[in-house]
Write a protein that binds this ligand. Structure first.
Ligand code: HEC
Ligand code: HEC
Ligand code: HEC
Ligand code: HEC
Ligand code: HEC
Length: 453
């Protein structure tokens, strides 16, 4: 959600506001206790001005968690680990995915701990299944997102909570009084009930990755990836066509004769930046490739004017969506460093969005590459001497240095077991990935000439 950034940018006001708020809350608590003493017979705990979240956000799937799933016939349970007892490889791949880290993500934990975060709402996409929730929020006091009315959930499973976007998110549904697996194949060999619906499985992505909604004046959900794909030349593709590469394999590791089937890797690789350093290696295995095409088209140096000119071409030919897509904070920094003796001169180009958070959240700039777009970046710079080497580089950045430092400095409000890691965030959390690096040597003989490809 655009949430994180908005919350971050207005943090100073919020902190002051919160101190005052805390006092107000304590006052309220005191008044409430007193009123209980004064009215011992009062047994309706829900305040009269509660507003249901479904009324606030009609038809939005993220307003509520999914319902609790019952037991799955033929399976020891419904956690990812249970599924993994038979679907060993799917489980191993998913465990390394960003989906499996959607709760334990250090940035998520840091943002969740902000006093201005409506935690229950964030959790509806990051731990979406009812069973993952200790408490379920169906209404809030006076329409205030920060005053949830929580009901205890008797079906809470603490192990499943840790699993983030777990198998059940996409694969389990309650249908005709029992829990079923939504599958793409229809092999007829599963010990658990299967309803075949490949389209529904594939479209499930959009419930979270295509949400463009102003939740409140300062809280905006801005994930447009589904619309971006729908408007592109690759609209015939599904997200899973690229993010879950095909493979032929047995889909269960059980004794018995299970033939090789059409299967899909479950790493859900995206921008290539995992949530732990140890998972960097799995990115390539899971199918990571950069969506950015980058090329130094030409460059020249004029000895009379002492000007160096260059043209870089960037393209997004096969992602099907904007580059970058998803979280509004992501951006790509392209830099051209020119060496001509002495310190190098650097020129940079930023591909991404800019938002204004106050007084109202608003996107003020968006120069991301659309699907299919080819763009040139042309600049000139004064150089006293002819360059000998040019370095072209692109870095995909998920979290800026500034925000990482801010998170470290506010780690004390993050709950354990995450606090100590957030306090040393940069040691534990990959924030960027170099996606292009190229050195171009300029031959000595090439005097003030054009180098064209
Ligand atoms: C509508 C579903 C939805 C809700 C509600 C939601 N998120 Fe997310 N969140 C996502 C998706 C989808 C992504 C992945 C986007 C990406 O990888 O670019 C994500 C990614 C993130 C990330 C990682 C960003 C990155 O660049 O890796 C953080 C942190 C985060 N969300 C925090 C929050 C917080 C805090 C809230 C509540 C204020 C929240 N989210 C509510 C769907 C949601
Ligand atoms: C006791 C072993 C076992 C457990 C536990 C198990 N499955 Fe299965 N599952 C199977 C077998 C066997 C098949 C069929 C394999 C074949 O035909 O090649 C299957 C098939 C599937 C399919 C494909 C269905 C189709 O035909 O389209 C999906 C999807 C699936 N399982 C998901 C899950 C999920 C999600 C869980 C956990 C909630 C789970 N399974 C738990 C054994 C298991
Ligand atoms: C219930 C909500 C939900 C659903 C459904 C969902 N996602 Fe996600 N997805 C998320 C969240 C949340 C994150 C980010 C977690 C984080 O960064 O902490 C994410 C992250 C991602 C990423 C970014 C990975 C990276 O490391 O850059 C990709 C790619 C992705 N999802 C693809 C898919 C695809 C494909 C589907 C459908 C098959 C899908 N998602 C369905 C919530 C969801
Ligand atoms: C974010 C959604 C999502 C999550 C989470 C997810 N899957 Fe899948 N799964 C899919 C989709 C989509 C397909 C079908 C892709 C297609 O056919 O195009 C699929 C296919 C399958 C299949 C059928 C064979 C194959 O590989 O195509 C099995 C079995 C399966 N998943 C098991 C699991 C297990 C076990 C987990 C958890 C460890 C899991 N899935 C987590 C979306 C998901
Ligand atoms: C034609 C292939 C293709 C399709 C279709 C596609 N993606 Fe991607 N996606 C990519 C590639 C390639 C990247 C890596 C871009 C990069 O970071 O260089 C990516 C990156 C991402 C990211 C990480 C953010 C980023 O820009 O790096 C998310 C999240 C994501 N895709 C979600 C989705 C969702 C959701 C869908 C379906 C609505 C989808 N993608 C459809 C190819 C595709």
């Amino acid at each position: 959600m655009t949430h994180p950034a908005i919350i971050r940018s207005s943090i100073h006001t919020i902190r002051k506001f919160w101190t005052a708020r805390e006092i107000a809350v304590r006052w309220l608590a005191l008044v409430f206790t007193l009123s209980l003493i004064a009215l011992p017979g009062c047994d309706d705990p829900s305040p009269p001005d509660s507003v249901s979240v479904q009324d606030m956000f009609p038809g939005e799937s993220w307003a509520l968690p999914m319902e609790n799933m019952g037991p799955l016939q033929g399976s020891p349970g419904i956690t990812a680990r249970d599924c993994g007892s038979c679907h060993t490889e799917h489980y191993r791949e998913w465990s390394q995915s960003t989906h499996a880290h959607a709760l334990s993500d250090l940035q998520f934990q840091s943002e969740l701990s902000k006093p201005s975060s409506p935690q229950w709402l964030c959790l509806n996409c990051h731990i979406p299944v009812g069973n993952q929730r200790k408490e379920i929020v169906r209404s809030v006091e006076s329409g205030d997102l920060l005053k949830p009315i929580a009901e205890p959930n008797p079906h809470f499973d603490p192990q499943m909570r840790e699993e983030g976007v777990t198998c059940a998110t996409c694969h389990l549904r309650n249908q005709d009084g029992k829990t079923v697996v939504i599958g793409p194949l229809g092999t007829g060999r599963a010990p658990h009930p299967v309803v075949v619906n490949r389209k529904a499985l594939q479209n499930r992505c959009l419930d979270c990755h295509n949400v463009n909604y102003k939740v409140s004046s300062s809280l905006v959900c801005f994930f447009n990836t589904g619309n971006e794909l729908a408007g592109s030349d690759l609209s015939h593709k599904a997200c899973s066509d690229c993010h879950m590469p095909e493979t032929q394999r047995q889909i269960v590791k059980l004794s018995g004769d299970y033939p090789s089937r059409l299967s899909h890797l479950h790493y859900f690789i995206g921008g290539g930046i995992p949530k732990e350093f140890s998972l960097l290696e799995s990115q390539l295995k899971g199918g990571y490739r950069s969506g950015l095409g980058l090329k130094l088209l030409n460059h020249s140096w004029n000895p009379e004017t002492k000007r160096f000119r260059f043209t870089v071409q960037m393209s997004n030919l096969d992602t099907g969506h904007y580059l970058p897509t998803g979280d509004p904070e992501r951006f790509i920094r392209i830099s051209l460093r020119i060496y001509s003796g002495g310190p190098p001169v650097e020129k940079t180009y930023r591909l991404g969005q800019h938002w204004q958070w106050e007084p109202e959240a608003r996107q003020i700039q968006d120069n991301r590459l659309k699907s299919g777009e080819v763009r040139v970046w042309q600049e000139s710079v004064k150089l006293s001497r002819k360059p000998s080497r040019i370095h072209l580089e692109a870095v995909h950045i998920r979290l800026s240095e500034k925000n990482a430092t801010y998170m470290e400095s506010t780690a004390q409000r993050v709950p354990e077991p995450y606090r100590s890691k957030v306090a040393e965030l940069k040691k534990h959390y990959p924030v960027e990935r170099v996606i292009h690096r190229e050195d171009i040597l300029v031959p000595f003989s090439e005097f003030s000439s054009n180098k064209e490809e």
